[in-house]
Design a protein around this ligand. Structure first.
Ligand code: AMP
Ligand code: MN
Ligand code: MN
Ligand code: MN
Length: 311
């Protein structure tokens, strides 16, 4: 019997998505495929923000030109703030800017070294071959991430899905977790700004910080030149959209939105499947030529209906 079911609940769609990953970091689609998917989802302004690498931007730009959408040059830099890992998204960066390139190269070198330590820890609990195993999932050997280890452990049948791998093995206090020193927080923001870009504090709700630490992170971020925070992101709950809209207003920061899409089945939200910024937020794209007033009107518009599929 053929039954028609709703594949997803009704959701919003946005023509702008300023946070996404390709196979250049830990995404599952090539830059070309990512742009194709974004276009099919109705996105008209897309930022590719791979972790610590800008190598996908040329391919993404060519694809975007072909598809008639705007590509925003982006990156997501792994940084350390008070010994915690935080992510800084750079938007409208100049990917050719040497100090930025050098900084990213140093982070990538640190990733290779960290990967060896992760593999050594996993070996101690009897999981062998994880270094080679993780690299087999890294299309770009320059960026080896915990996500690649997670995919290897799932493929080995050790854990059922990547989310569970993180919970059981790859986060603080678990056997495959290692401490790591990422880029200096102020330097990361400085490279982005000096290259002509805007520094955005990525998914502030994901760092598991109490009110005091969160206030101090956001104050420090602003102090060293950060200009925007992600308010609407695939990593935030609806309550956090409101919470961080309030932070943006309180700290006079611009607001950004992005899915943080990594691939189907690995991300909470698909490309462009984002609600509008809460009212009172000043969008990070307020003065961008890519965002015509016509397009800006369509940000976060309610989609017509959920898609249906046969099962
Ligand atoms: P890394 O930069 O190597 O430390 O890996 C961080 C990446 O792992 C993030 O960018 C996410 O893509 C992914 N990640 C982090 N935490 C989780 C989680 N709890 N479940 C699934 N993926 C996660
Ligand atoms: Mn990632
Ligand atoms: Mn991130
Ligand atoms: Mn991301």
């Amino acid at each position: 019997m053929i039954r028609v079911v709703l594949t997803s609940p009704p959701q919003m769609s946005s023509v702008i998505d300023l946070h996404s990953h390709s196979t250049i970091s830990d995404g599952l689609l090539t830059p070309f495929e990512l742009v194709q998917r974004a276009t099919a989802q109705g996105v008209r302004v897309l930022a590719l923000t791979d972790h610590d690498d800008v190598a996908g931007l040329d391919e993404a730009r060519a694809a975007a030109t072909g598809a008639g959408i705007a590509l925003v040059d982006g990156v997501e830099i792994s940084a350390s703030w008070n010994k915690r890992s935080v992510h800084i998204v750079g938007l409208r960066i100049n990917p050719a800017y040497e100090p930025l390139r050098d900084g990213l190269a140093a982070i990538r070198a640190g990733r290779s070294e960290r990967a060896m330590r992760i593999a050594a820890e996993l070996e101690k609990i009897g999981i062998l071959g994880s270094l080679e195993g993780a690299y087999a999932y890294a299309a770009n050997p320059g960026i080896i991430s915990r996500t690649h280890f997670a995919r290897f452990l799932v493929a080995k049948g050790i854990v059922k899905d990547t989310r569970t791998v993180f919970k059981k093995y790859l986060v603080k206090g678990k056997p495959g977790y290692v401490e790591h020193r990422w880029a200096d927080f102020a330097n990361a923001i400085g490279w982005i700004r000096a290259s002509g870009g805007i520094a955005v504090l990525a998914h502030p709700g994901r760092y598991d910080l109490g009110r005091t630490n969160l206030d101090s992170l956001i104050a420090d971020f602003k102090e060293v030149g950060g200009e925007a925070i992600e308010v609407v992101t695939g990593n935030h709950t609806a309550e956090q959209f409101i919470q961080f809209a309030n932070y943006a207003r309180e700290f006079n920061l611009l607001a950004s939105c992005g899915s943080d899409f990594h691939g189907v089945g690995e991300s909470y939200r698909d490309l462009g499947r984002l609600p509008a910024l809460p009212s009172g937020c000043k969008p990070v794209w307020h003065n961008w030529p890519e965002m015509s007033p016509e397009l800006a009107e369509h940000v976060g518009r309610k989609s017509e209906a959920p898609s249906a599929a046969r099962v």
